[in-house]
Design a protein around this ligand. Structure first.
Ligand SMILES: [Zn+2]
Length: 1028
């Protein structure tokens, strides 16, 4: 019938509360949280059950109710253990309520569950739960309880405590006959709309009379006619506990919608019900009631949340006053609110004015005048609309205002005239609080006076959350979106026995006490287990005997598992305890035992601070679960001194070098290796270690990214820095470029921007060794690589002695395996005209300098008889000097020799006749071959002219001989068939042979006739002497 009105709407709850609730919610495996400092238990919200929780807490804090319930034993209710037995008469609802109450009183948990209870109601789903309104639920619960208690001594439990009677009377004005009708009630429903508070509502209901008159007459049964009559209602029987339901929800028929009445509706902490009762002559104590519970609805009419303010009558909870300072601040704020409220609350305003009056009563209109003078507002303007006419208002508060018999003057009732002085007031309140029936109205009296006094411990119970509040906080619930919805009063006369005070076990039956004790023991046990589980930390002990120090860090000499001992210990224990435990585990340990914090780094295990201070807790030292500790003597491991601390952390650096060769041509140009350095290593030392022969070192800040563009050269000033200070950390890369490598890359403004050339390679074969090692190696190079770099690298790669660099050279090897002329050391690959991939021989002997010539020479023209020899000479030596050096090298002597070039068919060619000219002048080049020939060169000024004889084929037989014999040279005639004069080929007669006839030495100044004479002489010789 209420739809979703009572569905939970958490938007009203601050995030803070929500967050806190979630945080403290224990995990399923963990025991529930214990009670907080209030020592009171909340009730879990099981989905829309906040209204149920509020009502259950109210019933719990009705000691007379819970004690009556507890007084019903198993003999009457049966036991829950029997609930599954078919024949057993088990009254589940009261049993579940008993158990829940016992839990709320005794079980040390933050919040109890109502699942078992709601199931006993037959509510199994949220749907069924949220169908109820708290006022409706109150009746359902009472009814269910009553039904389930039928036939037990508790059958009248509800009636005994809550039942009251209202009597409605109609009095005939003529025969005075009284017609009456009784109404039973368990709670009173009172209007909110149009009334200022509970007292006014009760006044309207039980003091005001309704008249039947004029056209609206009453038919009197006795007179049997329509008569004038008065109708009134009175409280005939007051229950010990008066429950008041406020009609906050109304229906607006004009707008055709429900709305929540949020206007101010006051209610007193203490109330005297005498004016509303039929019987008024009893003692005051029979009419006095004290507020003990206020169920509050927060929200609008289509959703909201319930919580409850409850007075802890038996002082079961720990009600702590807030700090004095807090309160002073709060009080100031409250006072400001009060001042504003004072104007809002006409009752307080009028009381204030009347209290100041010397004379006891003043005329009503004079009161209105004073109101205007003192507060600057007139009644009609400020209050009439809401509260009605002043006189009516005064009459509606008879417990406060007293009229003169003629009703013209008004004053305060005697008890309200007490001056608002804390001393007398406070004492008065403490000695006889029941007299202060309208204590809530004494707004100028700080509620603080009652704080701490007996029976005024109020708590706000909001599902699982319980917190102490001040009595004054109740006033905040007079109006607004969050305001009182149900009020629970208890008769002041009901006194609590002294033994009940602060005793939650009071009147709880033995079996429930036992059950709760057992449950608490179980909870404690679980919490202790959970606690030790939460506080247990696993430490990994690394034993120094199982470790070796190498490569900058500690490494287990066995497997990890064998080198590490795990130890579980409570973090609240001390370092001394830990040391003791370790000693016990390592029985054979001798000497000092130092425990150092260790950390596994990429380089290996590294040690940090030594644990010190045996009295400190492990938690205090900062040891966390999973911490690594190294157990050692504090000095060395396996004989190696171990440097500890963050300043000596080993760093694994990725060292890249350009690949020695790169067969694919593209792609990976690097070789990688990992080196460990202490982070305190100087960059200069790093440089020396990685590039002993010089070169440059570049770092790549981006670690794994090996893009060339990110490389940055270490500057000279970086050299004094440490590995750590220049930002080299684990995994950082450095690139080492030795001197020849640098030519590959373009390092501009400290950044390596690109590789200049594609890198290729040359092959080098070792010719220095004679042991026949045919090892080829490949050396990376570009066309710009300098030969000396290639040589040095080859020597290193071939693992030859470094000194060899000073006495070796690289010589290209021709396709048929011949070692060619050595390449000058300062030539680049390009200058040396070497093809990439070509083979070089590393040979003994210095390479010629650029001013030197490497020459081959042979003796005689028969190369088979004379092996080819090599010589290096300055290019500025003369032909004669060169000849002498060659003769010396070949072991020849005498001066009957001359030098000739070798011609293109490897035969002795042109003689180097200018003996005093330098080789350079004669264009003798590196790699040329010269021939040492016997015989002197013609004297200076003579020419040696070869003579060719053209003869007919008939003379061929001679010609063949002649051809073979000319200077011992093999000469194919057809190759010489060139026209000496440049004429057409036809000039050579086809049947004629060209025959070499020898040469003639003749002075350059001789005439052509002289030459002819010489020729004739030779021709004669040719004819006459067959063998020349
Ligand atoms: Zn009558």
């Amino acid at each position: 019938m209420f739809g979703d009105l009572f569905e939970e709407d958490f938007s009203f709850i601050s995030n803070n509360h929500c967050g806190k609730g979630k945080k403290s919610k224990p995990r399923d495996s963990e025991p529930p949280a214990p009670r907080d400092f209030t020592k009171l238990s909340g009730i879990k919200n099981q989905g829309g059950t906040c209204y149920l929780n509020s009502l259950l807490q109210t019933l719990l804090f009705t000691p007379e109710f819970r004690e009556a319930l507890f007084s019903l034993g198993p003999e009457e209710l049966g036991t829950l253990d029997d609930s599954s037995k078919p024949d057993a008469k088990v009254r589940i609802i009261p049993l579940q309520l008993q158990r829940l109450f016992a839990q709320l009183l005794l079980l040390d948990q933050q919040a109890a569950s109502t699942t078992d209870l709601t199931e006993s109601f037959g509510w199994n789903s949220h749907e069924e739960m949220r169908q109820h309104d708290v006022q409706e639920l109150n009746r359902i619960l009472f009814s269910a309880l009553e039904t389930s208690l039928v036939g037990t001594s508790g059958h009248d439990l509800i009636n005994r405590l809550y039942h009251g009677i209202v009597v409605n009377q109609i009095v005939c004005k003529e025969c005075k006959n009284i017609s009456e009708r009784q109404e039973d009630f368990l709670d009173l429903t009172v209007a909110v709309k149009g009334v200022t508070g509970l007292e006014e509502a009760l006044w309207n209901m039980y003091v005001e009379e309704e008249y039947f008159e004029n056209e609206n007459l009453y038919r009197c049964g006795a007179c049997d006619k329509l008569v004038e009559a008065s109708k009134s209602a009175k409280l005939r029987k007051l229950p010990p506990f008066l429950t008041v339901s406020l009609l906050r929800f109304n229906f607006d028929f004009e707008k055709c919608e429900r709305y929540k009445e949020t206007s101010c509706y006051t209610f007193p902490i203490q109330i005297n019900l005498r004016p509303f009762c039929e019987q008024t002559e009893m003692d005051d104590s029979e009419y006095m009631y004290e507020l003990f519970s206020v169920i509050i609805h927060k929200g609008g009419c289509y959703g909201g949340h319930y919580h409850v303010y409850i007075r802890d009558v038996d002082e079961l909870g720990n009600w702590q006053l807030q700090e004095e300072e807090d309160r002073l601040i709060e009080d100031k704020a409250l006072r400001d609110i009060e001042n504003a409220k004072e104007i809002e609350n006409p009752l307080a305003v009028l009381k204030g004015i009347l209290a100041e009056e010397e004379s006891k009563q003043i005329p009503v209109d004079q009161l209105g005048q004073k109101l205007l003078e003192e507060k600057g507002v007139s009644w009609n303007k400020k209050y009439r609309k809401q509260y009605g006419p002043l006189r009516k208002y005064l009459q509606n508060h008879p417990q406060i205002f007293q009229f003169s018999p003629d009703e013209n003057k008004v004053g305060l009732k005697e008890k309200h005239k007490l001056p608002f002085k804390s001393d007398s007031q406070g004492q008065d309140f403490q000695s006889s609080p029941q007299k202060n029936d309208v204590q809530w109205n004494s707004e100028k009296n700080p509620t603080r006076l009652r704080d701490g006094s007996a029976g005024c411990h109020w708590f706000d119970l909001n599902d699982s959350k319980v917190q102490p509040i001040k009595e004054k906080d109740i006033e905040k619930q007079f109006q607004g979106k969050e305001s009182a919805y149900m009020l629970f009063y208890r008769k002041s006369e009901l006194k609590r026995p002294p033994e009940a005070r602060g005793n939650p076990r009071y009147q709880i039956p033995e079996h429930l006490l036992n059950e709760m004790n057992a449950a608490n023991t179980e909870l404690q046990k679980k919490r202790a287990e959970c606690d030790s589980a939460n506080n247990g930390i696993d430490l990994h002990l690394h034993l120094s005997s199982c470790y070796k120090f190498h490569n900058g860090a500690l490494h287990p000499s066995l497997t990890w598992k064998e080198s590490v001992v795990d130890l579980t210990i409570d973090r609240r224990k001390t370092l001394g305890d830990l040391r003791q435990s370790v000693f016990q585990m390592l029985e054979s340990w001798e000497g000092d035992m130092i425990l150092s914090v260790a950390k596994s780094l990429p380089a290996g295990l590294h040690l940090y601070q030594i644990l010190d201070g045996d009295e400190l807790t492990l938690d205090g030292i900062g040891l966390a679960d999973g911490a690594d500790l190294f157990v050692w003597n504090g000095k060395e491991v396996g004989g190696t001194k171990v440097m500890t601390g963050p300043d000596h952390e080993p760093v694994v650096i990725n060292v890249l070098r350009l690949a020695e060769y790169n067969e694919g041509g593209k792609g990976q140009h690097f070789t990688e290796s990992q080196h460990v350095f202490s982070c305190s290593t100087k960059v200069a030392d790093l440089h020396t270690a990685l590039a002993p022969s010089g070169g440059i070192i570049l770092k790549n800040g981006s670690g794994l990214d090996k893009e060339a563009k990110n490389w940055e050269v270490f500057r000279e000033e970086d050299m004094k820095e440490t590995v750590k200070s220049v930002g080299l950390t684990d995994g950082c890369s450095v690139l080492i470029l030795d001197s020849h490598d640098q030519s590959f890359v373009n390092v501009s403004s400290g950044n390596l921007t690109a590789f200049t050339y594609d890198i290729s390679w040359l092959q080098v074969k070792n010719f220095c060794r004679t042991d026949g090692d045919e090892k080829h190696i490949k050396i990376t190079a570009t066309i710009e690589t300098v030969m000396s770099d290639i040589k040095r690298k080859a020597i290193r790669e071939l693992q030859l002695e470094e000194e060899l660099a000073n006495d070796s050279c690289l010589r290209p090897i021709s396709g048929n395996g011949k070692l060619l002329s050595p390449v000058p050391e300062d030539y680049t690959v390009k200058e040396a005209e070497l093809k990439m991939g070509s083979l070089l021989g590393l040979c003994h002997g210095k390479a010629p300098a650029s001013t030197q010539l490497f020459l081959y020479f042979i003796v005689g023209s028969d190369q088979n008889a004379s092996p080819e020899m090599e010589i290096v000479v300055e290019e500025t030596v003369s032909v004669k000097e060169c000849l002498n050096l060659m003769l010396e090298k070949s072991g020849l002597s005498g001066d009957d020799w001359h030098l000739r070039r070798i011609d293109w068919c490897y035969e002795a060619g042109e003689a180097l006749s200018q003996e005093n000219a330098t080789l350079k002048e004669l264009n003798v080049c590196r790699g040329d071959t010269l021939v040492i020939m016997e015989g002197k060169l013609p004297p200076k000024g003579f020419l040696k002219i070869p003579i060719w004889w053209l003869k007919s084929s008939s003379h061929k037989k001679h010609g063949e001989n002649a051809q073979d014999q000319v200077n011992g040279m093999t000469c194919k005639m057809d190759a010489l068939q060139v026209s000496p004069s440049g004429d057409s080929p036809e000039y050579i007669h086809p049947d004629m042979d060209l025959c070499y006839a020898g040469s003639i030495e003749i002075a350059g100044e001789a005439s052509l006739e002289d030459l002819k004479m010489q020729y004739v002489l030779i021709w004669h010789l040719l004819i006459c002497h067959v063998q020349w």
